[in-house]
Design a binder for this molecule. Structure first.
Ligand code: BES
Ligand code: MN
Ligand code: MN
Length: 454
């Protein structure tokens, strides 16, 4: 291990310049104009894996390709599935970036670029940890199988099929994913729960064209007004979601978990001022951490209707649409609640308004037992890599494949995030701390050693 540490220390500058190469590739999975860049990013990742000593290949899917790599010459030792994604969210709005999203720039100890933290910088730590072991010891203390996919940010639609078809080849004892955050600067964390998600889009149509609102207004339903009514019906004034049956399957927080959340250092005023918000708002009876990690939500992500250019225009618009997501907690079902959402909205449609309901992606919520031998190994590895004991947290984001690892491969996942909630994921000026990048590599290298004895 001391050889590995020396190798890591000697190579820090190269690790950063390699990461910058990857961050230059605009691998935006949602937008078909970036298809060639998706392929380029996959090839880059495959070449890096091969250089690190893995048998690596690109596996096509009906969507963007999966990069797969493995090294399985440690008989008797556990087999670890490492998962991450090389695709990124669209960079818009571009004018809010201090430096362009695909021209990585180092400022105040961070690399700024789309994908820096989510997830290129994080996933790369595991590739570099493999490289360090292979170049020093000539072997790894555990068996590893890497799946780096290109469709996480669009719901991992093709990955379940990939896992099912390759069930034998992908056999493993646990999965490791670095695609979450630390609790705070200086407080690394292990995440033992993620929220799930359901995602849908609704399209309302009224009159067959935009109408003069003086000549026709008041005689036919206005789709923008109708959309506003539907959206407003989702919550009551105390923040409770009104979809019938929505809370039926929610596993309530236990008193001990509420105490653990409350024991974490948390300054509400600081949290709000970082977000530029004067007061919190959410479901009555729950703390901010409980609302973020362990309670379901329903959010409008975008809505479109009518005239949005400069100055007034007096019309009844013909159409209105909205993108809706609900974050889910154990044991809520994305499929069941997608149907409940559609039925609830349909039951309230005004005469003369037609609705098309288009479900997008879903992810199952989950919580893992926060103890066990693999958790213990992860704690020890993070303590070594970061020089601080990790705290146990849940998080509000979703990683669809984690539930699939459980249902198809039968394994739990260690969610070991090296990011921070100030990394601007999915926002302008995404960034990743360079110090945490190196600590992540050190933790990953330590993890292979710790897991070998489990
Ligand atoms: N890495 C995030 C998820 C995340 C971020 C979890 C921070 C915990 C803390 C992931 O890339 C992501 O954005 N997932 C999407 C999933 C969706 C597109 C199905 C999400 O949560 O919106
Ligand atoms: Mn991610
Ligand atoms: Mn993301």
């Amino acid at each position: 291990m001391s050889d590995v540490s020396a190798y890591l220390a000697a190579n820090t500058a190269r690790y950063v310049s390699e990461l910058i190469e990857l961050l230059r590739i605009p691998s935006v999975s949602a937008d078909s104009r970036f298809r060639p860049d998706m392929q380029r990013a996959a090839e880059w990742v495959r070449n890096q894996m091969a250089a690190a000593g893995l048998a690596a290949e690109i596996i096509p899917t009906p969507g963007h390709p999966v990069v797969y790599g493995e090294w399985t010459q440690a008989p008797g030792a556990p087999t670890v599935m490492v998962y991450g994604h090389y695709d990124v969210q669209p960079p818009d709005p571009l004018d809010l970036w201090t430096t362009p999203p695909f021209e990585p720039t180092i400022r105040d100890g961070h690399v700024y670029a789309r994908g820096a933290s989510d997830d290129k910088g994080q996933v790369f730590t595991h590739v570099k940890a493999v490289e360090a072991w292979m170049k020093t010891a000539g072997k790894l203390p555990v068996n590893v199988k890497f799946i780096i996919e290109g469709e996480e940010e669009v719901g991992s639609k093709n990955l379940e099929d990939f896992l099912e078809r390759n069930r034998e080849r992908l056999k493993c004892d646990l999965a490791v994913v670095s695609d979450t955050s630390q609790y705070a600067p200086g407080i690394p964390a292990i995440t033992y729960g993620l929220r799930g998600i359901l995602s849908a889009e609704i399209f309302l149509t009224g009159p067959n064209r935009d109408l003069h609102s003086g000549v026709f207004g008041g005689s036919v339903a206005n789709p923008a007004n109708a959309l506003a009514k539907l959206i407003a019906s989702l919550h009551d004034e105390s923040g409770r979601i009104q979809i019938p049956g929505f809370y039926d399957d929610v596993v309530p927080l236990t008193d001990s978990e509420r105490r653990q959340f409350a024991a974490l250092p948390f300054q509400e005023s600081e949290y709000l001022s970082k977000l530029g918000v004067a007061a919190p708002w959410g479901e009555a009876g729950f703390s901010t951490l409980e609302r973020r990690w362990a309670r379901p939500t329903c959010d409008i992500n975008g809505m479109i209707s009518g005239y949005t250019g400069e100055g007034p225009k007096t019309i009844v618009p013909s159409k209105a649409s909205a993108k809706i997501t609900c974050r889910l907690v154990p044991n809520q079902s994305p499929d069941k609640l997608t149907a409940a959402l559609e039925a609830f909205l349909r039951s309230q449609l005004r005469p003369g308004i037609e609705m098309r309901f288009a479900p997008h992606h879903g992810a199952v919520p989950l919580v893992f037992p926060p103890e066990g031998p693999f958790m213990k190994a992860a704690r020890a590895a993070i303590a070594k890599g970061f020089g601080a004991e990790p705290v146990m947290i849940r998080e509000g984001g979703s990683i669809p494949v984690v539930a699939t690892f459980k249902s198809v491969l039968g394994v739990d996942t260690l969610l070991l995030g090296w990011g921070q909630d100030t990394d601007n994921l999915h926002s302008p000026n995404e960034r990743f701390s360079i110090a945490d990048f190196h600590k992540g590599i050190a933790s990953s290298a330590a993890l292979w050693g710790e897991l070998a004895t489990k």
